[in-house]
Design a protein around this ligand. Sequence first.
Ligand code: A3P
Length: 303
Amino acid sequence: MALKKMGDLKCDGTERLTFGYVKGILQSTNTCDIWDHIWNFQAKPDDILICTYPKAGTTWTQEIVDLIQNEGDVEKTQRAPTHVRFPFIEWVIPSIGCGLEQANAMPSPRILKTHLPIHLLPPSFIEKNCKIIYVARNPKDNMVSYYHFQRMNKALPAPGTWEEYFENFLTGKVCWGSWYDHVRGWWEAKDQHRMLYLFYEDLKTNPKREIQKLGEFIGKRLDDKVLDTIVHHSSFDVMKQNPMANYSSVPIEFMNHSVSPFMRKGAVGDWKNHFTVAQNERFDEDYKEKMANTSLSFHFRFE
Ligand code: A3P
């Protein structure tokens, strides 16, 4: 099967995309249509894969990893916008890009992005022993961030009301499936692969320490001055003003920042401004059940 041409894909630029399922996981119809190609993607041994559940801090991590690779040289990291610098392997957005095509055209070393749950990861990433960076975020903030992102992004389904969205998130009826299965699946796999598992909340609390960890994992020695430069240029306030990191270059037909900006709050604990007391109780009960028997735990607020 040949890769479809951009013009054949579904989206007229004003309507939302259409959606289907890949092995039970909600995806755009465009992704479903080229799933065989995605599954057979050929990774290279020096690829670095950044893997997250949507809205867990992907863009932030991409910026940090690029700054590390370029030893804090900001001019180099401003060569292109996020969605061009880091091919998103399962993503197809008509008139914007096809992650597979971008990855195949990119010289090594490549930094790639995916939101796929571990059971849908193209096998060649493991066969080639690629370095994988996984970032997880507490599910309450993750849910709030995802809700607002679906409001502003026509490449995702309309979120419905907050109450409807709350139920859909808990039951995994969102693109890329259940948050619980995602974070647990990757957590359980982390010791069997070349993988670094990080948390959004740790990046917020101590960015320098987490950036240092990333540098060591990638194999770059970073002196203190470079580390400080990276902390500064990957901070929320600086990234929000950086057109190469804030998604402002994506056409407004897809991402409408006046509905909700991509760089929205960048905070830990914003869920408290959204969850009702009843929702919080229901969430906690459900969380206890779904996260039983795992050593994985999260911070839900700044303590
Ligand atoms: P909010 O919607 O809570 O503000 P992703 O890149 O995975 O789509 O995640 C986007 C979320 O990460 C958004 O969260 C965004 O504001 C936040 N984010 C992006 N860059 C950040 C940074 N430098 N520091 C903290 N949060 C950041």
